[in-house]
Design a protein around this ligand. Structure first.
Ligand code: ADP
Ligand code: MG
Ligand code: MG
Length: 252
């Protein structure tokens, strides 16, 4: 499996420092959850890893298997095996879900080794079935007019087909009803493999009833302030974040 290593990451948006020294290492085979109150920089971390241009890295490093991720263009990051499911997936007019998936899969393959149309359709149909997605969705423009739940399922569809090394899943559970949550979790759990590591960003503990993380990290005010196992998420659900602030002397 691959190793994504984030060291002392500082990120600013419009000269305002949002991340103030984040350290995290995600290895193939590991499920990490990042939790934390709103506005603490969780999405900023996801965007910085994927190379969103609005986020300026002022200090620190991100490497994938020792390669400098910060030197890579956005498409190179995806080709290297990084995957981002965004909190607010954007709509792409004029490109069907199926076309998008096929070209994204081919982008990760060597030239001359493109997936055949038949093999692609077979794999896509299997994944659509597994995620209980209506087959018609594949022929619709990506995310256009999709409900919140459909967008999230679609992100998991991409995950299953693209088989990234490391996936960053930002609020993949937000706005889902319980049935959709179960399907999304089933998809993520299907990825469990020594060659797959993930950083699951979530505001609520609820998702972690279905996906058991190996590590839980609490982020506050731009830093990872506490790390532990799944029991940490349970305690947050029961007691909220106040006790951590008290324990660590963090003031509002
Ligand atoms: P979280 O995902 O933990 O809720 P975010 O990473 O979205 O937090 O936001 C962290 C902080 O950065 C917030 O104070 C937010 O207002 C600010 N922020 C995020 N994106 C932008 C942006 N594009 N421009 C200005 N400020 C931003
Ligand atoms: Mg967020
Ligand atoms: Mg991607």
């Amino acid at each position: 499996g691959s190793v994504l290593e984030i060291k002392n990451l500082h990120v600013s948006i419009e000269d305002k420092e949002i991340l103030k020294g984040v350290d995290l290492t995600i290895k193939g085979g590991e499920f990490h959850a990042v939790m934390g109150p709103n506005g603490t920089g969780k999405s900023t971390l996801a965007s910085a890893i994927m190379g969103h241009p609005s986020y300026e890295i002022t200090e620190g490093s991100i490497t994938l298997d020792g390669e400098d991720v910060l030197e890579m263009e956005v498409d190179e990051r995806a080709r290297a095996g990084l995957f981002l499911a965004m909190q607010y997936p954007s709509e792409i007019s004029g490109v069907t879900t199926s076309e998008f998936l096929r070209s994204a899969m081919n982008a990760r393959r060597e030239e001359g080794d493109e997936i055949s149309l038949m093999k692609f359709i077979k794999e896509m149909d299997e994944a659509l079935d597994f995620l209980e997605i209506d087959k018609n969705m594949a022929q619709r423009y990506l995310n256009e007019g999709f409900s919140g739940g459909e967008k999230k399922r679609n992100e998991i569809l991409q995950l299953l087909l693209l088989k990234p090394e490391i996936a960053i899943l930002d609020e993949i559970d937000s706005g889902l009803d319980i049935d959709a949550l179960k399907v999304v979790s089933k998809g993520i759990n299907k990825m469990r493999d020594d060659n797959f590591g993930t950083l699951i960003i979530t505001h609520y503990q609820r998702l972690l009833n279905y996906i058991t993380p190996d590590f839980v990290h609490i982020m506050m005010k731009g830093r990872v302030v506490k790390s532990g196992g799944p029991e940490l998420a349970k305690r947050l659900e029961a007691e909220g974040y106040e006790w951590i602030k008290e324990e660590l002397g963090i003031k509002d």
